[in-house]
Design a protein around this ligand. Structure first.
Ligand SMILES: Cc1cc2nc3c(=O)[nH]c(=O)nc-3n(C[C@H](O)[C@H](O)[C@H](O)COP(=O)(O)O)c2cc1C
Length: 341
């Protein structure tokens, strides 16, 4: 995909610096008069033929932002004005944590990929709650997902309590939850992969939800490094429990080989599409899937949806190719839909 001049300048900078500059500029544009109007005019996709109803929620378009892009929910107004169908904040953890020392995001330039070893830096639950508690005119219609991840320092038993704590506190302020069971690259201490371990983590969440008036869908976010047996276990859990869907996939630790961290971006595209297709076929297209991983071009997004994803989340594609990926991908999806109609 052709990059803008601005994007080419960002591309010369270290990946995390470039991302921080983009987010800071978004914040500045959001604060100047007509700034959000400008974001909407330049970036927001057309409205026709893109709306979706997925797990009982109305999405203005199926293209959203994956966890780690705006982890603390600091730019929700601006991202809403930009026209994303949803924003997944987080990973939200109960206490602030700094993440791994910098530099922690490495570019694999020829492959349009990153190795992310940031370790979920987060300002913690209280700070994030303040950002989502009051919806503005812009975020009132934005679908907000809350990705819950693991504190680097947590032990197994604490992890279960900590996921529940974030879930309970965020419950009334967000629209859906994504429970991240892929690895926190900063610590591989507890990565639930067996049926028992996954159920131990999500059953307390189902239990809490049962007592609430409002229903919040719960999805599991899985690693691309799962074996076929492990993936089948996740699919069985999806079919047999009140789980609402799956987000596939997170970054790949196996692909990073000896480097600490997880590969994201272009190297992940085929694996992500293949996993989504497998899940969709095995569940006979009956369960919502958020397709994530290596969505670098509008063509990737189109292929992901054709493989069976109901929604698609972007991260590395936006960092490396810029926000225009949203509008171009939406156009591609709308064109495909127009042809089908
Ligand atoms: C810098 C960075 C930070 C990330 N942080 C998180 C995170 O906190 N929680 C999470 O579930 N995924 C996180 N991810 C993973 C992405 O949400 C996404 O699943 C993964 O990068 C694959 O998609 P992509 O190839 O489009 O980036 C992060 C990715 C990157 C590049």
């Amino acid at each position: 995909m052709r990059r803008s001049v601005f994007q080419n300048i960002l591309w010369l900078l270290p990946a995390e610096v470039a991302h921080n500059i983009r987010m800071a500029l978004l914040g500045i544009v959001g604060k100047i008069p007509s700034g959000k109007w400008w974001l909407e005019t330049v970036h927001a996709p057309q409205k026709e033929n893109l709306e979706r109803e997925v797990f009982g929620i109305h999405f203005r378009n199926p293209i959203g932002i994956g966890a780690g892009f705006d982890p603390n929910g600091d730019r929700l107004d601006e991202l809403a004005a930009t026209g994303f169908g949803f924003v997944e904040i987080g990973s939200v953890v109960p206490r602030p944590q700094p993440g791994t020392p910098r530099p922690r995001i490495k570019r694999l330039r020829p492959n349009h990929s990153l190795i992310d070893n940031s370790g979920y830096p987060s300002r913690g639950l209280e700070y994030i709650l303040n950002n989502v508690r009051h919806r503005t005119d812009y975020t009132r219609d934005l679908v907000i997902g809350c990705n819950i991840g693991r504190l680097t320092a947590s032990h197994r038993d604490d992890t279960i309590k900590e996921y529940l704590r974030v879930f309970r506190n965020m419950y009334q302020y967000v629209d859906f939850f994504v429970i991240n069971i892929s690895c926190n690259t900063a610590s591989k201490r507890f990565v639930p992969r067996s049926r028992e371990e996954i159920l131990a983590l999500i059953e307390p969440l189902f239990e809490f939800r049962r007592g609430q008036l409002d229903y919040r869908p719960i999805l599991l976010k899985i690693s691309p490094d799962l074996s076929k047996e492990e993936l089948d276990t996740v699919i069985d859990i999806l079919i047999e429990t009140p789980l609402d869907g799956i987000e596939a996939v997170a970054g790949s630790i196996d692909m990073a080989r000896k480097s600490p961290g997880a590969v994201t971006g272009g190297l992940l595209t085929e694996r992500a599409i293949e996993m989504v297709r497998y899940i969709a076929e095995k569940t006979e297209y009956n369960y919502p899937i958020i397709g994530s991983g290596g969505m670098m071009t509008p063509e990737d997004v189109k292929r992901m949806m054709e493989a069976g994803a109901s929604l698609v989340s972007l991260n590395t594609g936006l960092r490396e190719n810029g926000l225009r990926l949203l509008k171009k991908s939406a156009k591609k999806i709308a064109e495909t839909k127009n042809k089908e109609d």
